[in-house]
Design a protein around this ligand. Structure first.
Ligand code: SF4
Length: 345
């Protein structure tokens, strides 16, 4: 779903590029345990094994302070898993994540309260992420109270101020989540995140579940908050057109790997990677590009058994024998433009 008609170009003027988030060779694997039948078969001598899902495979990414980075790819490409590792929800299997020079993870645990609070996540389904038994004032006020950011005496004012900041009427503070619309519930989720004074927001398909008209309002809210509170965003979406107007840079992921990174204008003006081109062909408003690029064919392969070489080769119209054998490295093809495709050699 897109929300462009009501969205002006919200990208800011040149952003400060001091790195605030640095991911180095970050990977995440999930082991799919054998079910009962599988365990019995193994005991009886079968060679059946547990399967491993390579959800994220060696991702390197730097996000500058104040920057909005759009992380885009089809469902199952690992972008949400990467976002959860950044937000301190899932530990990486390999690699390191640093926020403001300090590790996010240490020994499989979130390294410290400060980092955990500084990076907050906004989820796709605001209803599922809000406790239906809690009043809005509790949802928003709980974490800052627990972490000593506000005392009981000042809590009501603190909650009211946070609600106003996201466009909610503080008179509704004693209501429950089900008494709000979808857009309002997402504002409650944003208020809950803001209440602990984060510096970095990971927005995981944060507008995907909302009506188109509401999507535009929530995107505008995110960008107002960026300007007012000096926030940095990792904006995860399956839809390139959602990030077009808000992201400074776009990172394209395919089956756990980053395949292209470029300034948003460059991605839209001259996408390099065949997968990015295929995604662009599906952006409905860009008629010329739709004619120019071929849409992506078929389903994304299973991360349980990803294709050899370039993961994209079974769907790529330009694939050669080399693509089936050799993994293309992510290379700088122009200043601040990176792509992982043998066609650039
Ligand atoms: Fe296509 Fe080969 Fe480039 Fe992969 S490396 S995107 S298969 S041309």
């Amino acid at each position: 779903m897109t929300a462009q008609p009501d969205i002006a170009n919200l990208r800011a003027a040149p952003v400060e590029r001091r790195p605030i988030l640095e991911a180095r060779d970050v990977s995440k694997r999930f082991v799919k345990r054998l079910d009962l039948a599988g365990r019995i078969a193994r005991r009886l001598g079968s060679s059946i094994r547990e399967e491993t899902v390579h959800a994220v495979d060696g991702v390197n990414l730097t996000v500058g302070a104040g920057e909005v980075v759009g992380l885009v790819g089809e469902s199952g490409c690992g972008k949400s898993t990467f976002g959860r590792m950044v937000a301190g929800i899932l530990p990486p299997t390999e690699g390191s994540l640093a926020f403001d020079g300090k590790p996010v993870w240490q020994g499989g645990k979130v390294a410290g309260h400060d980092t955990a609070l500084a990076i907050q996540m906004i989820f796709q389904d605001p209803f599922a992420s809000l406790d239906p038994r809690m009043r809005v004032e509790e949802i928003i006020g709980e974490a800052p109270l627990v972490h000593g950011m506000v005392g009981r005496k000042g809590l009501a004012d603190y909650v009211a101020e946070t609600m106003l900041r996201v466009g909610l009427d503080p008179d509704f503070r004693r209501r429950y989540p089900h008494q709000f619309s979808g857009g309002q519930r997402q504002r409650i989720g944003i208020a809950r995140a803001l209440a602990v004074k984060p510096r970095f927001l990971v927005c995981d398909e944060a507008i995907a579940a909302l009506d188109v008209s509401i999507q535009a309002q929530v995107i505008n809210l995110f960008m107002d908050l960026r300007a007012d509170l000096d926030l940095t965003y990792l904006f995860i979406s399956h839809d390139l057109s959602v990030v077009e107007h808000i992201a400074d840079r776009v990172v394209i992921m395919y089956l756990g790997r980053v395949v292209e990174v470029a300034a948003t204008e460059d991605i839209f003006d001259a996408p390099n990677h065949p997968y990015t081109q295929a995604l662009l062909s599906e952006v409905p408003r860009i008629e010329l590009r739709r004619r120019q690029y071929q849409p992506v064919k078929g389903e994304i392969p299973s991360p349980l058994d990803p294709p050899s070489g370039c993961h994209f080769h079974p769907r790529c119209p330009h694939a050669t024998e080399r693509c089936r054998i050799e993994r293309p490295a992510l290379k700088e093809i122009a200043p601040d433009r990176w792509s992982a495709c043998h066609l650039n050699d």
